[in-house]
Design a protein around this ligand. Structure first.
Ligand SMILES: [Zn+2]
Ligand SMILES: [Zn+2]
Length: 342
């Protein structure tokens, strides 16, 4: 029997089409390989990228030279450009503004052939430190409302360079998905004086059927209304609205969780392409005339990562209705991942 399920955080309905009962083996196909000639992210090619804006250099080597462990550079082909003013304006009923923002690349390791699932917790923690540093720096720019950090792994998930990296976009507007989640979190907090994600987490820990992994600091579960097979949320167990508040030690613990989860996905789905997105609080800039922003943000919003394997193609139904059809119930996905031998 199929089920329609609702996710209160993102106000989204999904069809869990259990009769289709897709198992991991049904999603395993020949993964496409990305072909490159000269990799601009490797040691010795620092001059092939724009000048770095951050680098972790334990040996105190010079900028834009080898010696870094993590390196952040502006994207050579940016979606949005850092220079200029927004110049927001109306065109009849439509709204227009200049494509101002920041688009950066976080190169996660100097090693061209490292699979993200093979980065150790301490290496991942170094990547998270780069995220934190860039978040803090870019939030000073009052033109940017929100900073989204994401990773595309594999050609089918949008990666064009195989050398493992993440990307950052500083945006002059709030993405509609975030706006929905912010509103849902705030409304829930107003009614109950509790955080929606904290309550969801407590329920998932109690229920257990969708849990993949839990330790003292993080829980990983397949969302009740997962829009895609094997998608996962990685959630800090202690309430926090802002990833940038994480301590170095908490980043190592997060690295352990991330390392374990990526290993499980690789084992169960044989190196699936995936997207990993950090869902974090927006920049709490003053909003003239909007007294509802951001008074309760630190109480009502709860950051998390969402990891989505790109193993199904959205059909016309998804595009036309915004409904998603997921052929693998999240309870089954969580069980496969729990039982994975890494
Ligand atoms: Zn490389
Ligand atoms: Zn919370």
């Amino acid at each position: 029997m199929s089920e329609l399920r609702w996710d209160p955080l993102i106000d989204s309905w999904v069809v869990i089409a259990e009769s289709r009962g897709r198992r991991p083996a049904d999603f395993i196909t020949e993964r496409k390989r990305i072909v490159t000639t000269v990799c601009p992210f490797c040691y010795g090619h620092e001059d092939k990228t724009p000048a770095e804006v951050y680098a972790l250099r334990p040996d105190a080597s010079r900028p834009n030279q080898p010696g870094w462990r993590v390196r952040v550079i502006p994207n050579k082909y940016p979606m949005l450009r850092i220079e200029g003013q927004l110049d927001a304006r109306g065109e009849g009923l439509y709204d227009v503004m200049n494509g101002v923002g920041a688009h950066e690349v976080i190169i996660e390791t100097p090693d061209h052939d490292r699979h993200p699932a093979d980065l150790h917790a301490t290496e991942l923690a170094q990547v998270f430190r780069a995220f934190r540093s860039r978040l803090i720096d870019l939030r000073r720019d009052k033109r940017f409302r929100h900073i989204v950090i994401y990773k595309n792994h594999g050609l089918e998930a949008g990666a064009t360079i195989p050398h493992t990296h993440s990307q950052l976009l500083a945006l002059p507007i709030l993405p509609p998905h975030l706006r929905t989640a912010l509103r849902a979190s705030r409304d829930y907090f107003r009614r109950k004086e509790r955080c929606l994600m904290c309550d969801l987490l407590a329920q998932e820990l109690h229920d257990g059927r969708r849990l993949v992994r839990v330790d003292d600091a993080y829980a990983v579960f397949a969302p009740f209304a997962s829009r895609h097979p094997f998608s996962l949320r990685i959630v800090p167990r202690r309430h926090s609205h802002d990833f940038a508040l994480l301590t170095d030690q908490a980043m190592i613990t997060l690295g352990e969780t991330m390392h374990d989860i990526m290993g499980r996905l690789r084992a169960v789905l044989r190196d699936p392409p995936f997207n990993l997105v950090l869902h974090n609080a927006p920049s709490a800039l003053p909003r003239p005339g909007r007294s509802d922003c951001w008074g309760s943000l630190s109480c009502d919003y709860h950051w998390y990562f969402e990891l989505t394997p790109k193993i199904t193609d959205p059909a016309g139904f998804e595009g036309g209705t915004g409904f998603f059809i997921n052929p693998t119930p999240p309870e089954d996905a969580a069980r496969y991942l729990r039982e994975a031998v890494v």
